[in-house]
Write a protein that binds this ligand. Structure first.
Ligand code: COA
Length: 371
């Protein structure tokens, strides 16, 4: 079997009106709008509205959407109890996966509390869950998660740091737009396969969070940070990465299944990373990252994907490494929800075939006669 079939590479597995990825090897559009325009001129809330409600919002619609999201930030008591019970050693992705699942038991989907209401609730509550769990276990504090921050990026920063630095706010808001949607990627495809069996709305989101946590998908931003942090200067970075390539190691934050020449999201992450490095007076991490990018291009013709420079962005914003991938969840919830709704609207069970490569027909031998 070829590697293409193994990874379903190049195989069309459905239709979508939500997103195009890498049409010319390097572009990305959400419902027809280029990521370049959205990330330069929009906000995460506009993007989330576009993905969910299929159009860019008017000012009035955006204000109402943001108001609904802002009103929904307080954690219900039962969820607080669970967050306190989850061990400090849990990975924060497990915390969000568990939190989502628990919420599904206490606030089940109904005709009134439908997919739209659940999505808005999750968009509001994921930052609250994460920061409550984090402060409770690492600082011994029970925080009030109902902030009056104007948007999700500010809400998260307010909860994590108690203040909202304007450049950090811009960086997080942009990164959420970049992470919001990406076609039939592994976690979204998981969500669609799950949604196609017609469970409640929480099941596919919970499944998608699990899929996103792996290092070949969303977890790559944490691993990219580990890689960049290994090196104290550009010379060590160059030698170290060349050695890893010689040892046939994968370099996290590089390569992509669909983009063949460039990941357009990486440009934004790189610029933000440079701005933040300048602000902090960083003379190590950003130059090291740039040198790794150069080596990867020279040696393998591989380009950084969104996760590589986003690792620097998040680090410069003072975000602990294990919270990087959960930020991806805050954003991709909008994309997953749009896909679950699209799947439900024209559903058929997703059930592919497989080529059987096991043994032929065997005779059953009673247990007493087995050697
Ligand atoms: N570092 C080193 N080599 C890489 C590489 C990387 N990050 N990404 C791809 N390659 C090489 C592979 O070794 C392979 O080379 P070979 O043909 O000589 O064996 C070739 O490129 C194809 O790689 P493959 O893993 O089969 O491609 P894929 O389409 O199945 O995987 C990714 C795509 C994203 C999973 C892969 O590029 C990867 O593992 N990247 C690192 C993890 C990451 O950043 N994930 C986030 C994606 S947004």
């Amino acid at each position: 079997m070829s590697d293409n079939i193994k990874g379903l590479q190049g195989i069309t597995a459905g239709q979508t009106a939500i997103c195009t990825v890498g049409e010319d090897g390097k572009s990305l559009h959400y419902r027809g709008y280029s990521i370049t325009d959205l990330a330069n001129k929009g906000s995460f809330e506009e993007v989330a509205y576009l993905l969910l409600y299929k159009k860019l919002p008017t000012q009035q619609e955006l204000d109402a959407f943001k108001k609904r999201l802002a009103a929904d930030r307080a954690l219900p008591k039962h969820l607080i109890n669970v967050l306190e019970l989850l061990p400090k050693e849990s990975h924060p992705m497990d915390v969000l996966r568990s939190g989502c699942s628990v919420l599904g038991s206490f606030e089940p989907e109904t005709d009134e509390h439908d997919g739209y209401a659940i999505t808005e609730r999750l968009l509001s509550l994921f930052p609250s869950m994460l920061c409550y769990w984090y402060h409770y276990h690492f600082d011994g504090k029970k925080i009030n998660t109902q902030t009056d921050a104007p948007d999700i990026a500010a809400h998260f920063l307010q909860l994590l740091h108690g203040v909202v630095d304007p450049l950090h706010h811009k960086a997080i808001n942009t990164s959420l737009m970049l992470y919001a949607e990406h076609g039939f990627n592994a976690s979204t495809f998981t969500a669609r396969v799950c949604a196609a069996t017609l469970p409640d709305f929480y099941a596919p989101i919970t499944a998608a969070i699990g899929t996103l946590s792996g290092p070949l998908h969303g977890g790559a931003n944490e691993h990219a940070y580990d890689l960049i942090s290994l090196y104290a200067n550009t010379k060590d970075a160059e030698e170290g990465v060349k050695q890893k390539l010689a040892d046939k190691e994968k370099i996290m934050g590089f390569g992509h299944r669909v983009y063949k020449t460039h990941d357009p999201r990486s440009d934004f992450a790189k610029i933000l990373s440079q701005q933040l490095a300048d602000e902090r007076g960083d003379a190590t991490m950003y130059p090291v990252a740039e040198r790794i990018e150069q080596v990867m291009w020279d040696e393998k013709k591989l380009f950084p994907n969104v996760d590589f420079y986003t690792a620097c962005v998040y680090h410069f914003c003072g975000i602990p490494k294990t919270l990087f991938t959960p930020l991806f969840v805050f954003a991709r919830t909008a994309g997953w929800a749009a896909h679950i709704m699209e799947q439900r609207a024209d559903n058929r069970l997703i059930r592919p075939d497989a080529d059987y490569i096991g043994p032929g027909a065997l005779d059953y031998v009673g247990i007493a006669d087995r050697g």
